[in-house]
Ligand binder design. Structure first.
Ligand code: GLN
Length: 496
């Protein structure tokens, strides 16, 4: 097995023990990217020299230092909405085409302190707004399981990087499902931590009361390693909670006996693809076989999650994106005759933003405007509370809530681009979790008859990622879905 196929855990153990160098690991991943990414389009920026320099650096550290670092030598792909000092951060937008942040996001500083290596920045929907990665201003990202299918979004590039074995782990962001949904559609693990678990300092904001950074990986164990490294309070982000950060990998005992999993059965009656439902039910049976108790639960307000999310998220986005005015940084429309300041703002924003981002700024501005604020924004905030209370009540009886991650497998590229409502429906099982602030994980749980991956979503109590990871890991121990590898052909001289 060549190093690009190793898990983060295997890489770290081999590098720490001196069995392989960080340089060899990185070269293996970089050549995989060179071979595959022209076609898959997962990455926006890969700086070979910088990666090689960092790997050389690690290889020169004393053995004791390497052995002490939990992610030593582990390459990680990073969604292009997260700032890595000295590397471009476009957020998939023309607006930020030339933006190179002079500082690291807290998550990046922590990963680097743990010995990880940023291997590249990944493609995403513009400002993380979308469910297919088709809203990127730069390139199309393809699903490694079928090239004419979307990878999911908005963190599609990160999901493809891990799914196609170009990086063992990646970071994405999840505002309404953007880690869990692409993870499900690409057949990998995706974790959205509890709101406040991970610092957002250095994350380009979309909707600040919902945004969380989370890992993609092939195993629950690797997700645990990354989460342990990035979680915890941060003086730079007052919403990063002071909650103690456990060693999440130590929680993976393989034992889930006595856990109760609630299933909101009535939610699954409509609109779920039959193959997805079959995989989901089979996964529940597997968990039952491990000693879990299954019970039906109600989430009475879940049916309002999509409209509520698309009011709250657009309102916050319209406010967050007001900063892109062509003055402080980013794109500025070239001056034309008679340009005054107002016209410069208008032209800059008209030319810099894509159609979906404009739609959301307009929707968000509308729902916050005098006369409509009470009818839409305030109402949505009240419904948000009801959605959260549904979960609070459910968690009095159960430890985990299970749903499919996405109602359908990956759809065709282009199929929904002209139908935003259809696109928003992809988020039916994920957005409620963000509105409630809860942690959620998606784990590979099967394939459709067309060979497209399905994801099992597990939702937990606030700050109880440990139970989610333990259940996901126990499920992985008795299933093979997570091992399945897409048959990606090499564009340069590969076998086929
Ligand atoms: N698909 C959702 C949206 O378009 C979620 C995006 C996200 O989580 N960043 O808003």
């Amino acid at each position: 097995m060549s190093p690009h196929e190793w898990t983060a855990r295997e890489i770290r153990e081999a590098v720490a023990a001196g069995r392989v160098s960080a340089t060899e690991i990185c070269q293996s991943c970089l050549s995989r990217i060179d071979d595959l990414d022209r076609e898959l389009g997962a990455f926006l920026h890969v700086d070979h020299d910088r990666v090689a320099a960092r790997a050389r650096d690690i290889d020169q550290w004393p053995a004791e230092r390497r052995a002490a670092l939990p992610l030593c030598g582990v390459p990680i792909a990073v969604k292009d909405v997260i700032c890595v000092s000295g590397a471009p951060a476009t957020a998939g937008s023309k607006t930020l085409e030339t933006f190179v942040p002079p500082y690291n996001a807290t998550v990046i500083a922590r990963l680097q302190a743990a010995g990880a290596i940023v291997i590249g920045k990944t493609n995403c929907d513009e400002f993380a707004m979308g469910s297919s990665t088709e809203n990127s201003a730069y390139r199309v990202t393809r699903n490694p399981w079928r090239r004419d299918a979307i990878p999911g979004g908005s963190s599609g590039g990160s999901a493809v990087a891990v799914g196609a074995r170009m990086a063992p782990v990646a970071l994405g962001t999840d505002t309404g499902g953007s880690v869990r949904q692409p993870a499900a559609l690409c057949g990998v693990v995706g974790l959205k931590p509890t709101y406040g678990r991970v610092s957002r300092y250095g994350l380009i904001a979309f909707a600040s009361s919902l945004d969380q950074i989370g890992p993609f990986s092939r195993t629950a164990h690797d997700a645990a390693l990354v989460l342990t490294a990035i979680a915890g309070a941060d003086p730079q982000d007052s919403t990063a909670a002071p909650e103690e950060v456990p060693d999440f990998a130590a929680a993976l005992t393989g034992d889930v006996r006595g856990l109760t999993i609630g299933v909101p059965r009535t939610l699954l009656d409509q609109g779920v693809d039959p193959d997805i439902l079959r995989s989901f039910d089979a996964a529940l049976e597997t968990l039952r076989g491990l000693g879990v108790t299954l019970t039906d639960i109600q989430l009475p307000h879940a049916q309002y999650a999509i409209p509520t999310y698309y009011l709250v998220a657009t309102a916050e986005a319209s406010s967050n994106l007001a900063r892109y005015d062509g003055v402080r940084y980013g794109f500025r429309a070239p001056a034309d005759a008679g340009t005054d300041l107002r016209r410069m703002y208008e032209r800059t924003r008209a030319q810099g933003f894509g159609a979906e981002v404009k739609r959301r700024i307009m929707l968000g501005t509308y729902v916050l405007s005098a006369g409509y604020y009470d009818a839409y924004y305030l109402k949505a905030q009240k419904v948000r509370t009801l959605i959260r209370q549904d979960y609070v009540q459910a968690f009095e009886r159960v430890d985990i809530v299970a749903m499919p991650t996405s109602p359908t497998p990956a759809f065709r590229i282009g199929e929904r681009v002209n139908d935003p409502l259809q696109m928003y429906l992809a988020d039916v099982f994920t957005v409620g979790v963000n509105l409630a602030g809860l942690p959620g994980i998606s784990v590979p749980c099967g394939f459709t008859r067309d060979g497209l991956p399905a994801g099992l979503q597990l939702v937990g109590r606030m700050f109880d990622e440990a139970t989610l990871l333990r259940a996901a890991d126990a499920y992985e121990r008795v299933t093979e879905w997570w091992k399945a590898e897409p048959a990606v052909s090499l564009s340069s001289g590969g076998p086929g």
